[in-house]
Design a protein around this ligand. Sequence first.
Ligand SMILES: *[C@@H]1O[C@H](CO)[C@@H](O)[C@H](O)[C@H]1NC(C)=O
Ligand SMILES: *[C@@H]1O[C@H](CO)[C@@H](O)[C@H](O)[C@H]1NC(C)=O
Ligand SMILES: *[C@@H]1O[C@H](CO)[C@@H](O)[C@H](O)[C@H]1NC(C)=O
Ligand SMILES: *[C@@H]1O[C@H](CO)[C@@H](O)[C@H](O)[C@H]1NC(C)=O
Ligand SMILES: *[C@@H]1O[C@H](CO)[C@@H](O)[C@H](O)[C@H]1NC(C)=O
Length: 317
Amino acid sequence: MLILLILSLDLGFCSWGYNLDTGVGAFRYIVSPRQSTLLSESPSFFGYSFKIIKNGTETSFIIGAPKAITFTNGNESCAPDLKATGDLLECPVSNLFASTPANPTCNSRNPPGTQRGDAFGQSVDLSPDGNLLACSPGKLQCCSSAVYLPGYCYNEDNHNRSWMEDVKSSQNHCLSIQLDLMFVLDGSESVTISNFELVKNWTIDVASSFDIGSGLTKIGVIQYSHYWEELGSSDTIQTYIKTEIPLGSIKSQAKFAAQVRKIRYHQFSTFTAHAINKTIRDFQNSARWNDANTRKVIILLTDGRSSDFEYLPYSAA
Ligand SMILES: *[C@@H]1O[C@H](CO)[C@@H](O)[C@H](O)[C@H]1NC(C)=O
Ligand SMILES: *[C@@H]1O[C@H](CO)[C@@H](O)[C@H](O)[C@H]1NC(C)=O
Ligand SMILES: *[C@@H]1O[C@H](CO)[C@@H](O)[C@H](O)[C@H]1NC(C)=O
Ligand SMILES: *[C@@H]1O[C@H](CO)[C@@H](O)[C@H](O)[C@H]1NC(C)=O
Ligand SMILES: *[C@@H]1O[C@H](CO)[C@@H](O)[C@H](O)[C@H]1NC(C)=O
C-alpha cells in the first residue's frame, strides 16, 4: 500500500487547524476526532506532529494536536488561563479509507496527568527500537507561588503503550526552600511595655505566614537586653540574652503564639552585639547549620542605639 501524506494547514473556515490529506486529487482528510467539541474553541492543530508506527501487523498514525483541549486527569488549578492540554492520538490506518472524509477511530495516547498548558503533541519521535518519545516543551511546573517552564519528555516503555517520564524530566522537582528564622527582640527599657507587646504581636503575625508544621521553616525567638561583662560569657549565666523559644522547638502556630505572648519583658539595657553573637551560636548548634539548602535569617527588632554599639560591626560581620 502506498500512502501519500501531505500535511496541510487548513486556512479555510473550518477551524480545526492542521489536517492530514490521505488522498491524491480528492478531498479526503483525517480530521481531528475531537472537532465537534472544539468548534467553539481555537483549532486543535491536529497534525502538528506525525509518525507512523507498527504494532504487529497493524499500522497506525500517531498524530499530535497540541492545541486540543482535553480534560483527562488535568491539574486545572495550576494554570487556569492556559487552556490547551494538547493531545497525541493513535489512529489505526485500517479504517482510514472507509469514508470521505476519512473518519478514523483515534485513541488519545496522552501520558497520565496531562495538564493545561502542556500543549502535548507538539513533537513525537520514534526510537530505533520503535518506542515513542514525545515532549511537551512548555510544560508548566507550579511550585507554590512560582511557576516554572521546565518542559517534559515522555518515553514509551517497552511498546506497552504506557508512558514514563524521561530520566532528565523526572529530575525537575520544585526546590524545597528550607528556612531557619530567628526573631531577636530588643527587651530594653526604652522600648516600653506597650511597644514590646506590639513587637510580640508583629512576631506572631510574621511567623504565621510560614509553614512550621512540616519543618520546612523552623523559627525561634531570642529576647535580649543586658550583658554582665564581669560574669563571663557563659550563656547560662547571661540570662538577659535569652533564647525564649529554641529554633524549631515549636511546630504549631497556636503554640508559638501562646509562647511568644508569655515572654516577659526584661526592661533593661541594650547589648545588641552580644545578642547577635548569641543568635549565631544558637544557629551553629542547630540541626541545619551545615545544610546548604537551608537559609538562615535573623530578624532583629530594636528601637535604636545599643549599649555595646562599639562591638556591632564585628558581630554583624
Ligand atoms: C497491539 O496489538 C495487539 C494485538 O493485536 C493488541 O492487543 C494491542 O492492544 C495493540 N496495542 C495498541 C496500543 O493498539
Ligand atoms: C496541582 O497544582 C497545585 C497548585 O500549584 C499543586 O499544589 C498541586 O500539587 C498540583 N497537583 C498535582 C496532582 O500535580
Ligand atoms: C508497562 O509500563 C509500565 C509503566 O512503565 C511498567 O510498570 C510495566 O512493567 C510495563 N509492562 C510491560 C509488560 O512491559
Ligand atoms: C496583641 O494581640 C492581642 C491578640 O490579638 C491583642 O489582644 C492585643 O491588643 C495586641 N496588643 C497590641 C499592643 O496591639
Ligand atoms: C562576636 O563574635 C565575633 C566573632 O567571633 C567577635 O569578634 C566579637 O568580639 C563578638 N562580639 C561580642 C560583643 O562578643
